[in-house]
Design a protein. Sequence first.
Length: 393
Amino acid sequence: MTATVTLFPGREKSLLRRHPWIFTSAINKSPPRLHSGDTVDVLATDGTWLGRGAWSPASTIRVRIWTFEKDEVIDNAFFLRRIETALRGRELLQLQSDSMRLVAAECDGLPGVTIDRYGSVLVCQLLSAGAERQRDKIVWALRKLLPDCAILERSDVAIREKEGLPSLIQVLHGEVPAELTISENGYRLLVDPHNGHKTGFYLDQRHSRSRIAAYSHGKNVLNCFSYTGAVAVQCLAAGASHVTNVDVSANALATAQRQLELNGLDATRCTQVEADVFSELRKYRSEGRKFDLIVLDPPKFVEHKQHVVQACRGYKDINMLALQLLAPEGILVTFSCSGLLPEELFHKVVADAALDASRTVQFLEKLSQDRDHPVLSSYPEGYYLKGLICRVL
């Protein structure tokens, strides 16, 4: 029999809107012997059944809801249905790519479960207590639906610490090579599934990279937080006069250099700079350097709500520096991947940065995570990547 958790009066409102999280402060009663990842039924104060989810004793998100259907059992068939539904959604997109996000956690009805596909390799992140407990069922469903794919687990993300879980990197099925080559927008790109950022690559920026390249012909491009240089590849192929990649990782820049050769591009038109971006931008400003197009794609600045104000200062500073380095009618492409930073606030930060830089800026395009990273209507937190293409007048 499934254990039950009862909420305080009035705390059922978010569940009635089908939001999948229940915080510790909402829980009135719970059994004393629940274990991490246990499946629990969630009840309102009056005993009304609300949902069925996974218990996480170490996290402030104490329950993540698997299902809002009372008759739905959390068994092998459940994960098969959920993943199969997610796969049909990706087929609907017709991305014409061998790599994509197959399962986007809460947004595909599987809290804490992220699955990316790189050709014949699936890379999973199991980031919640419930996902951890259900690992075998998830792997079983993947092998059933995608029998020709190897499976690697990359559960080495800091959020697992909040769930009381260890960091893990392990092959769950088949053989996973040290490096993969994928295709994106007609170009070949290298992915390190074992050690690369996220699950090895930033699949969420696929569309954004193509839009950046569309503005790059004949331009001197500064690509900040460049990682392995996928933006540089597409800009150079589109006719950029030169691209400067700036990143703190020597390994990422070495891969960026190799990708130029992989795509038959002139390596003399690209400079790899190992440096802190904030320091390098200030150095360029002191040198009077100018660029025609600057890309800012920094890591997440906001981990908690109390960090939003501090993060806004960081975003404002870096955008101000970039705007000061742009030539007249230059293009700034700037992003925030901080889900806790609202889009409107990010736009305001960029506008304030333009004022501080004494530049007049037009917003030409809004960018976001690509279509294989959908947002569930009842889970707005799934919308995390905000971007702007700006023109300096």
